[in-house]
Design a protein around this ligand. Structure first.
Ligand code: NAP
Ligand code: F7E
Length: 325
């Protein structure tokens, strides 16, 4: 069988790196879009962490630049397109709402347009988010739960989700949307709460720091491992018909209890180090998220393999190792 080609936007991010590793292990040619930076040597840090930086082809480009996307897709002729690129940090989206709209919302239309023009037979994956449920309308969120976004990021993702559905219905494209709940790993950006916690716990353990400052620790999230979640993305594009799927563990935990796992792993007392900082609270919060992955389990045969306990312990160990070296 001919080698399949994948094109990944956001290839330098957490999910882009794990997805690249998965696709390479399946024999794909993996290509990806990279924003030009004056410090190019740090662009591929995550790919290097996984030891695959030499195995992927990186193409300069930006989600806000339609003509560049059209040219890239024309040159690459991908079989599968994974749109993972985004301004993905919720808190920053209040600081940069317009940029978030340009990249996280309109960027989706740009990729879909480029695909429609140059590779209409390709299969498309959109990285939708549980943040779209925001002020939850049902205790457990599924594909049929109404959305109520609570941040400029979530509003932008909702646009991306619906434009994907619309292009599927309007142009008969094989376009699927994965509504993924929070997923983490040692490659998670340091600004997200799990990695902030595991990095701080490692620093405190090594005597490099004394405290961990957090905002709303009563917020609850349904956390899984990124490695499990990129498998679900790939499975969606292997189906005969495109569709939308919730990807989650079905377990929700407070930020406080997630922290407790990290401190306990290195034998530290959380109460001695945790400081609540009102400046870290958000203008509007998503209090609780809990996903129902029944459809993904039934139709894709997808089940998460890593528990939150194991995930946080892996992240703390990776941060200890990183800091020691
Ligand atoms: P991430 O680590 O923040 O990666 C985001 C990627 O997007 C990076 O490669 C980044 O490039 C790229 N990017 C940002 N702006 C861009 C632009 N203007 N043009 C081209 N590329 C741009 O995010 P992630 O955790 O891997 O998440 C992947 C996707 O899933 C995102 O769309 C995110 O919103 C969505 N999502 C994530 C989660 C989660 O829990 N992780 C859950 C649901 C949905 P640089 O490296 O240059 O910054
Ligand atoms: O916050 C609370 C914060 O920034 C989780 C992105 O991948 O998942 C992610 O969005 C919770 C929130 O993730 C701090 O208020 C308390 O309630 O790790 P986070 P997020 O906002 O849920 C979704 C699914 C995405 O799609 C996004 O792209 O933790 N929290 N104290 C804190 N959060 C942070 N970051 N920092 C704190 O100090």
């Amino acid at each position: 069988m001919a080698k399949k080609t994948a094109f990944i936007t956001g290839i330098t991010g957490q999910d882009g790196a794990y997805l690249s590793a998965l696709l390479l292990s399946k024999g794909y040619r993996v290509t990806g879009l990279v924003r030009r930076s004056s410090t190019a040597e740090i662009n591929d840090l995550r790919l290097r962490w996984l030891g695959i930086e030499k195995d992927v082809e990186l193409i300069d480009g930006d989600l806000s630049d339609l003509s560049g996307l059209v040219r890239s897709i024309k040159d690459i002729r991908p079989d599968e397109i994974y749109n993972l690129g985004a301004q993905s940090f919720v808190k920053s989206s209040w600081q940069q709402p317009i940029l978030t709209g340009h990249v996280t919302a309109m960027g989706v239309t740009n990729v879909l347009e480029a695909m429609r023009i140059e590779a209409p037979e390709a299969r498309f994956y959109q990285a939708s988010s549980s943040e779209m449920y925001g002020l939850i309308q049902e205790d457990m969120q599924s594909e049929t739960t109404p959305f109520y976004p609570r941040s400029p990021y979530a509003v932008a993702k909702l646009y991306g989700h619906w434009i994907t559905v619309n292009y599927r219905e309007s142009f008969n494209l094989h376009a699927s949307s994965g509504i993924l709940f929070n997923h983490e790993s040692p490659l998670r950006g340091i600004e997200f709460v799990t990695r902030k916690v595991t990095d701080s716990v490692a620093r405190i353990k090594l005597g490099l720091s004394k405290e961990l400052r957090l905002g709303n620790i009563d917020a609850k999230r349904d956390w899984g491992h990124a490695k499990d979640y990129v498998r679900a993305m790939w499975l969606m594009l292997q189906q005969d018909t495109p569709d939308d799927y919730v990807v989650a563990t079905g377990v929700t935990t407070t930020v406080r209890d997630m922290c407790r796992i990290a401190f306990a792993h290195v034998g530290l007392d959380m109460e001695k180090h945790l400081v609540i900082d009102p400046l870290l609270f958000r203008p509007a919060e998503v209090d609780v998220l809990l996903g129902n992955p029944a459809k993904a389990k039934a139709k894709l045969g997808w089940v998460p393999e890593v528990s939150l306990d194991a995930l946080i312990r892996e992240m703390v160990d990776a941060d200890l190792k990183r800091l020691k070296s």
